[in-house]
Design a protein around this ligand. Structure first.
Ligand code: AMP
Ligand code: MG
Length: 352
Protein backbone atom coordinates (compact mmCIF):
# COMPACT_ATOMS: atom_id res chain seq x y z
CA UNK A 1 0.00 0.00 0.00
CA UNK A 2 1.58 3.31 -1.05
CA UNK A 3 0.90 6.45 0.97
CA UNK A 4 0.19 9.69 -0.83
CA UNK A 5 3.41 11.62 -0.62
CA UNK A 6 2.88 13.65 -3.76
CA UNK A 7 2.22 16.83 -1.78
CA UNK A 8 5.23 17.63 0.35
CA UNK A 9 4.40 18.31 3.99
CA UNK A 10 0.64 17.91 3.41
CA UNK A 11 -1.44 17.77 6.59
CA UNK A 12 -2.65 14.24 5.88
CA UNK A 13 0.89 12.97 6.02
CA UNK A 14 1.46 14.60 9.38
CA UNK A 15 -0.71 12.11 11.17
CA UNK A 16 1.60 9.83 13.16
CA UNK A 17 0.29 6.80 11.34
CA UNK A 18 1.31 5.80 7.85
CA UNK A 19 0.07 2.56 6.40
CA UNK A 20 2.97 0.24 5.86
CA UNK A 21 6.58 -0.41 6.63
CA UNK A 22 9.60 1.79 5.87
CA UNK A 23 12.72 -0.28 5.24
CA UNK A 24 16.08 1.22 6.30
CA UNK A 25 19.51 0.36 4.90
CA UNK A 26 22.68 1.31 6.78
CA UNK A 27 26.14 1.05 5.21
CA UNK A 28 28.19 4.09 6.29
CA UNK A 29 31.24 2.20 7.60
CA UNK A 30 31.85 -1.22 9.16
CA UNK A 31 28.19 -2.30 9.37
CA UNK A 32 25.74 -3.37 6.69
CA UNK A 33 22.33 -3.51 8.28
CA UNK A 34 18.68 -3.70 7.30
CA UNK A 35 15.87 -2.77 9.66
CA UNK A 36 12.44 -1.20 9.44
CA UNK A 37 9.75 0.74 11.26
CA UNK A 38 6.04 0.14 11.06
CA UNK A 39 3.44 2.82 10.37
CA UNK A 40 3.57 4.03 13.99
CA UNK A 41 7.36 4.25 13.98
CA UNK A 42 8.00 1.10 16.03
CA UNK A 43 11.34 -0.42 14.97
CA UNK A 44 11.87 -4.05 13.98
CA UNK A 45 14.95 -5.98 14.90
CA UNK A 46 17.79 -5.03 12.53
CA UNK A 47 19.75 -7.76 10.78
CA UNK A 48 23.40 -6.78 10.39
CA UNK A 49 26.82 -7.94 9.26
CA UNK A 50 30.00 -6.31 10.61
CA UNK A 51 33.42 -6.02 9.04
CA UNK A 52 35.96 -7.50 11.44
CA UNK A 53 39.44 -6.85 10.02
CA UNK A 54 41.90 -9.61 10.96
CA UNK A 55 44.55 -6.95 11.43
CA UNK A 56 44.74 -3.18 11.00
CA UNK A 57 41.81 -0.80 10.72
CA UNK A 58 38.86 -0.76 8.36
CA UNK A 59 39.77 -0.41 4.70
CA UNK A 60 36.93 1.36 2.83
CA UNK A 61 37.20 -0.80 -0.31
CA UNK A 62 37.36 -4.05 1.66
CA UNK A 63 34.42 -2.95 3.82
CA UNK A 64 32.45 -2.17 0.65
CA UNK A 65 33.26 -5.65 -0.73
CA UNK A 66 32.04 -7.13 2.55
CA UNK A 67 28.77 -5.17 2.29
CA UNK A 68 28.28 -6.24 -1.32
CA UNK A 69 28.81 -9.89 -0.37
CA UNK A 70 26.36 -9.76 2.55
CA UNK A 71 23.63 -7.46 1.20
CA UNK A 72 21.70 -10.19 -0.66
CA UNK A 73 21.42 -12.73 2.14
CA UNK A 74 20.73 -10.08 4.80
CA UNK A 75 17.85 -8.76 2.70
CA UNK A 76 16.50 -12.29 2.15
CA UNK A 77 16.74 -13.07 5.89
CA UNK A 78 15.07 -9.76 6.75
CA UNK A 79 12.18 -10.45 4.40
CA UNK A 80 11.85 -14.02 5.72
CA UNK A 81 11.97 -13.08 9.39
CA UNK A 82 10.81 -9.49 9.88
CA UNK A 83 8.51 -7.97 7.23
CA UNK A 84 6.36 -9.01 4.30
CA UNK A 85 7.65 -7.49 1.09
CA UNK A 86 4.10 -6.38 0.19
CA UNK A 87 3.98 -4.14 3.32
CA UNK A 88 6.99 -2.06 2.30
CA UNK A 89 5.98 1.46 1.29
CA UNK A 90 9.39 3.17 1.12
CA UNK A 91 13.12 2.47 1.17
CA UNK A 92 15.33 4.70 3.33
CA UNK A 93 19.12 4.57 3.12
CA UNK A 94 22.13 6.31 4.69
CA UNK A 95 23.09 8.94 2.14
CA UNK A 96 26.02 10.21 4.26
CA UNK A 97 28.30 10.95 5.98
CA UNK A 98 30.52 7.92 5.74
CA UNK A 99 33.02 6.01 3.63
CA UNK A 100 32.22 6.54 -0.06
CA UNK A 101 32.60 2.93 -1.29
CA UNK A 102 30.50 1.62 1.63
CA UNK A 103 27.78 4.24 1.19
CA UNK A 104 27.53 3.42 -2.50
CA UNK A 105 26.71 -0.25 -1.82
CA UNK A 106 23.80 0.69 0.47
CA UNK A 107 22.57 3.33 -1.96
CA UNK A 108 22.67 0.88 -4.88
CA UNK A 109 20.70 -1.73 -2.96
CA UNK A 110 18.18 0.94 -1.93
CA UNK A 111 17.73 2.29 -5.46
CA UNK A 112 17.29 -1.20 -6.93
CA UNK A 113 14.73 -2.17 -4.30
CA UNK A 114 12.78 1.08 -4.62
CA UNK A 115 12.57 0.66 -8.38
CA UNK A 116 11.71 -3.05 -8.15
CA UNK A 117 8.91 -2.43 -5.61
CA UNK A 118 7.88 0.89 -7.17
CA UNK A 119 8.03 2.72 -3.84
CA UNK A 120 9.71 6.03 -2.89
CA UNK A 121 13.39 6.30 -2.00
CA UNK A 122 14.45 8.40 1.02
CA UNK A 123 18.09 9.40 1.54
CA UNK A 124 18.82 10.19 5.18
CA UNK A 125 21.57 11.76 7.25
CA UNK A 126 23.18 9.04 9.38
CA UNK A 127 24.03 11.38 12.30
CA UNK A 128 20.49 12.78 12.42
CA UNK A 129 19.16 9.19 12.38
CA UNK A 130 21.07 8.50 15.63
CA UNK A 131 19.30 11.49 17.21
CA UNK A 132 15.82 10.70 15.93
CA UNK A 133 15.83 7.03 16.90
CA UNK A 134 16.95 8.08 20.39
CA UNK A 135 14.30 10.79 20.65
CA UNK A 136 11.53 8.49 19.47
CA UNK A 137 12.54 5.48 21.57
CA UNK A 138 13.53 7.32 24.77
CA UNK A 139 10.67 9.79 24.62
CA UNK A 140 12.92 12.81 25.02
CA UNK A 141 12.00 16.06 23.38
CA UNK A 142 14.80 18.52 22.81
CA UNK A 143 18.08 16.95 23.92
CA UNK A 144 21.74 17.67 23.54
CA UNK A 145 23.09 14.57 21.78
CA UNK A 146 26.44 13.13 22.73
CA UNK A 147 27.17 11.10 19.62
CA UNK A 148 30.12 8.86 20.44
CA UNK A 149 30.83 6.33 17.72
CA UNK A 150 33.74 4.80 15.86
CA UNK A 151 34.26 7.57 13.31
CA UNK A 152 32.34 10.44 14.92
CA UNK A 153 32.37 12.24 18.23
CA UNK A 154 30.02 15.21 18.23
CA UNK A 155 27.92 17.19 20.66
CA UNK A 156 24.79 18.32 18.86
CA UNK A 157 21.76 20.43 19.76
CA UNK A 158 18.72 21.63 17.86
CA UNK A 159 18.84 25.38 17.24
CA UNK A 160 16.84 27.32 14.62
CA UNK A 161 15.41 24.24 12.89
CA UNK A 162 18.70 22.40 12.41
CA UNK A 163 20.81 20.10 14.50
CA UNK A 164 23.96 22.17 15.10
CA UNK A 165 27.31 20.65 15.98
CA UNK A 166 28.41 22.58 19.07
CA UNK A 167 31.59 20.59 19.60
CA UNK A 168 33.35 17.68 17.94
CA UNK A 169 36.58 15.78 17.72
CA UNK A 170 39.34 17.59 15.90
CA UNK A 171 41.13 14.36 15.02
CA UNK A 172 39.81 10.80 15.44
CA UNK A 173 36.48 9.53 16.77
CA UNK A 174 36.51 8.24 20.36
CA UNK A 175 35.58 4.70 19.24
CA UNK A 176 38.38 4.77 16.70
CA UNK A 177 40.78 5.80 19.47
CA UNK A 178 39.63 2.88 21.66
CA UNK A 179 39.88 0.46 18.72
CA UNK A 180 43.41 1.64 17.85
CA UNK A 181 44.56 1.30 21.45
CA UNK A 182 43.03 -2.18 21.62
CA UNK A 183 44.59 -3.22 18.33
CA UNK A 184 48.07 -2.34 19.63
CA UNK A 185 47.39 -4.73 22.54
CA UNK A 186 46.36 -7.53 20.18
CA UNK A 187 42.64 -7.07 20.90
CA UNK A 188 40.57 -7.41 17.69
CA UNK A 189 37.98 -4.91 16.43
CA UNK A 190 35.76 -3.69 18.03
CA UNK A 191 38.10 -2.91 20.92
CA UNK A 192 35.70 -0.78 23.00
CA UNK A 193 33.80 -3.65 24.67
CA UNK A 194 37.01 -5.45 25.68
CA UNK A 195 38.51 -2.21 27.06
CA UNK A 196 35.33 -1.84 29.11
CA UNK A 197 35.67 -5.41 30.41
CA UNK A 198 39.33 -4.88 31.37
CA UNK A 199 38.53 -1.57 33.09
CA UNK A 200 35.75 -3.27 35.08
CA UNK A 201 38.20 -6.01 36.10
CA UNK A 202 40.65 -3.36 37.34
CA UNK A 203 37.88 -1.84 39.47
CA UNK A 204 36.91 -5.25 40.87
CA UNK A 205 40.52 -5.96 41.82
CA UNK A 206 41.09 -2.37 43.06
CA UNK A 207 37.98 -1.07 44.80
CA UNK A 208 39.74 2.23 45.62
CA UNK A 209 41.65 2.95 42.42
CA UNK A 210 43.89 5.97 41.97
CA UNK A 211 44.85 7.82 38.80
CA UNK A 212 48.32 8.57 40.26
CA UNK A 213 50.86 7.52 37.66
CA UNK A 214 48.06 6.85 35.16
CA UNK A 215 47.36 10.46 34.16
CA UNK A 216 46.60 11.15 30.49
CA UNK A 217 46.43 14.49 28.60
CA UNK A 218 43.39 16.75 28.73
CA UNK A 219 41.26 16.06 25.64
CA UNK A 220 39.04 19.17 25.76
CA UNK A 221 39.88 22.08 23.48
CA UNK A 222 37.24 24.77 24.01
CA UNK A 223 34.03 23.06 22.87
CA UNK A 224 35.99 20.52 20.84
CA UNK A 225 37.82 17.31 21.65
CA UNK A 226 40.99 15.56 20.52
CA UNK A 227 41.91 11.94 21.20
CA UNK A 228 45.28 11.32 19.49
CA UNK A 229 47.23 12.68 22.47
CA UNK A 230 45.35 10.45 24.91
CA UNK A 231 45.91 7.46 22.64
CA UNK A 232 49.68 7.99 22.42
CA UNK A 233 50.01 8.65 26.14
CA UNK A 234 48.01 5.50 26.99
CA UNK A 235 50.23 3.42 24.68
CA UNK A 236 53.27 4.90 26.46
CA UNK A 237 51.84 3.87 29.85
CA UNK A 238 51.59 0.26 28.66
CA UNK A 239 55.14 0.42 27.24
CA UNK A 240 56.28 1.74 30.63
CA UNK A 241 54.93 -1.41 32.26
CA UNK A 242 51.63 -0.22 33.78
CA UNK A 243 49.02 -3.03 33.95
CA UNK A 244 46.79 -3.13 30.85
CA UNK A 245 43.61 -3.22 32.98
CA UNK A 246 44.74 -0.06 34.81
CA UNK A 247 45.47 1.78 31.56
CA UNK A 248 42.08 0.74 30.12
CA UNK A 249 40.39 2.14 33.21
CA UNK A 250 42.36 5.40 33.03
CA UNK A 251 41.70 5.69 29.29
CA UNK A 252 37.94 5.43 29.85
CA UNK A 253 37.98 7.86 32.78
CA UNK A 254 39.88 10.55 30.85
CA UNK A 255 38.23 10.17 27.45
CA UNK A 256 34.67 9.92 28.80
CA UNK A 257 35.15 12.79 31.27
CA UNK A 258 36.19 14.98 28.33
CA UNK A 259 33.05 14.09 26.36
CA UNK A 260 30.81 14.65 29.37
CA UNK A 261 32.43 18.02 30.08
CA UNK A 262 31.73 19.27 26.56
CA UNK A 263 28.19 17.85 26.68
CA UNK A 264 27.55 19.66 29.96
CA UNK A 265 28.80 22.94 28.57
CA UNK A 266 26.59 22.47 25.50
CA UNK A 267 23.55 21.88 27.73
CA UNK A 268 24.35 25.07 29.65
CA UNK A 269 24.95 27.21 26.53
CA UNK A 270 21.93 25.89 24.62
CA UNK A 271 19.67 25.94 27.70
CA UNK A 272 18.68 22.26 27.40
CA UNK A 273 17.91 19.91 30.27
CA UNK A 274 17.96 16.58 28.41
CA UNK A 275 21.01 14.63 27.31
CA UNK A 276 20.77 11.81 24.79
CA UNK A 277 23.53 9.33 24.05
CA UNK A 278 24.05 7.67 20.68
CA UNK A 279 26.71 5.75 18.77
CA UNK A 280 28.43 2.48 19.61
CA UNK A 281 30.49 3.92 22.49
CA UNK A 282 27.18 4.80 24.18
CA UNK A 283 26.91 1.04 24.92
CA UNK A 284 29.56 1.61 27.60
CA UNK A 285 28.18 1.42 31.15
CA UNK A 286 30.77 3.83 32.57
CA UNK A 287 29.96 6.50 29.97
CA UNK A 288 26.23 5.99 30.64
CA UNK A 289 26.86 6.33 34.38
CA UNK A 290 28.93 9.51 34.01
CA UNK A 291 26.22 11.07 31.83
CA UNK A 292 23.51 10.30 34.38
CA UNK A 293 25.56 11.76 37.24
CA UNK A 294 26.25 14.96 35.28
CA UNK A 295 22.61 15.32 34.19
CA UNK A 296 21.29 14.62 37.71
CA UNK A 297 23.64 17.24 39.13
CA UNK A 298 22.22 19.82 36.73
CA UNK A 299 18.61 18.83 37.49
CA UNK A 300 18.33 17.29 34.01
CA UNK A 301 17.84 13.80 32.60
CA UNK A 302 20.14 11.52 30.63
CA UNK A 303 18.58 9.17 28.07
CA UNK A 304 20.16 6.27 26.27
CA UNK A 305 18.49 3.89 23.80
CA UNK A 306 18.86 0.10 24.04
CA UNK A 307 22.28 -1.04 22.85
CA UNK A 308 21.07 -2.43 19.53
CA UNK A 309 19.84 1.08 18.64
CA UNK A 310 23.09 2.79 19.79
CA UNK A 311 25.31 0.96 17.29
CA UNK A 312 24.78 1.57 13.58
CA UNK A 313 21.58 -0.22 12.53
CA UNK A 314 19.01 -0.24 9.75
CA UNK A 315 16.04 0.58 12.01
CA UNK A 316 17.37 4.03 12.88
CA UNK A 317 17.66 4.82 9.16
CA UNK A 318 14.05 3.67 8.71
CA UNK A 319 13.01 5.85 11.69
CA UNK A 320 14.37 8.99 10.07
CA UNK A 321 13.14 7.90 6.62
CA UNK A 322 9.60 7.67 8.00
CA UNK A 323 9.83 11.16 9.53
CA UNK A 324 11.10 12.60 6.26
CA UNK A 325 8.22 10.97 4.40
CA UNK A 326 5.71 12.35 6.87
CA UNK A 327 7.08 15.88 6.92
CA UNK A 328 9.10 16.28 3.76
CA UNK A 329 9.34 14.47 0.50
CA UNK A 330 11.09 11.45 -0.98
CA UNK A 331 14.48 11.65 -2.67
CA UNK A 332 14.48 11.77 -6.45
CA UNK A 333 16.76 9.27 -8.13
CA UNK A 334 18.76 12.18 -9.54
CA UNK A 335 19.39 13.48 -5.99
CA UNK A 336 20.28 10.13 -4.50
CA UNK A 337 24.08 10.26 -4.93
CA UNK A 338 25.89 9.53 -1.68
CA UNK A 339 27.39 12.43 0.31
CA UNK A 340 30.56 11.30 2.08
CA UNK A 341 30.91 14.61 3.90
CA UNK A 342 27.25 15.39 4.61
CA UNK A 343 27.14 17.62 7.70
CA UNK A 344 24.66 17.23 10.53
CA UNK A 345 23.41 20.80 10.11
CA UNK A 346 22.70 20.41 6.39
CA UNK A 347 19.50 18.46 7.10
CA UNK A 348 16.48 20.67 7.83
CA UNK A 349 14.46 19.41 10.79
CA UNK A 350 10.85 19.77 9.66
CA UNK A 351 9.25 17.71 12.42
CA UNK A 352 8.82 18.46 16.12
P1 AMP B 1 29.36 2.70 15.69
O1 AMP B 1 30.48 3.32 14.88
O2 AMP B 1 28.42 3.71 16.24
O3 AMP B 1 28.67 1.54 15.05
O4 AMP B 1 30.07 2.05 16.96
C1 AMP B 1 31.21 1.22 16.89
C2 AMP B 1 32.23 1.71 17.91
O5 AMP B 1 31.67 1.57 19.24
C3 AMP B 1 33.52 0.92 17.91
O6 AMP B 1 34.58 1.85 17.93
C4 AMP B 1 33.46 0.11 19.20
O7 AMP B 1 34.75 -0.15 19.75
C5 AMP B 1 32.66 1.03 20.09
N1 AMP B 1 31.99 0.31 21.18
C6 AMP B 1 31.04 -0.64 21.08
N2 AMP B 1 30.70 -1.09 22.32
C7 AMP B 1 31.45 -0.38 23.21
C8 AMP B 1 31.58 -0.38 24.63
N3 AMP B 1 30.86 -1.21 25.38
N4 AMP B 1 32.45 0.48 25.20
C9 AMP B 1 33.17 1.33 24.43
N5 AMP B 1 33.11 1.36 23.09
C10 AMP B 1 32.27 0.52 22.48
MG1 MG C 1 26.93 5.81 13.68
Amino acid sequence: MVIDISTPSCEANRSRDIKGVVLGIESTAHTFSIGSVDGMGVPSKSISAFVRPVEGGIHPREAADHHAQHAGHILRRFLDEEVAISDIIAIAFSQGPGLGPCLRIGASVARSLAMRLDVPLVGVNHCVAHIEVGRERCGCDDPVLLYASGGNTQVIARLDGRYRVLGETLDIGIGNMLDKFAREQGIPFPGGPEIERLAQKWLLDNPKPSLDGLELPYAVQGMDLAFSGILNAALNLVDRGEPLEAVCWSLQEHAFAACVEVAERAMAHAGKSELLLGGGVACNERLRGMCSIMSDNRGGVSHVPIKSLCVDNGSMIATLGRLQLLWGKPTELSDSAVRQDLRTDETPILWN
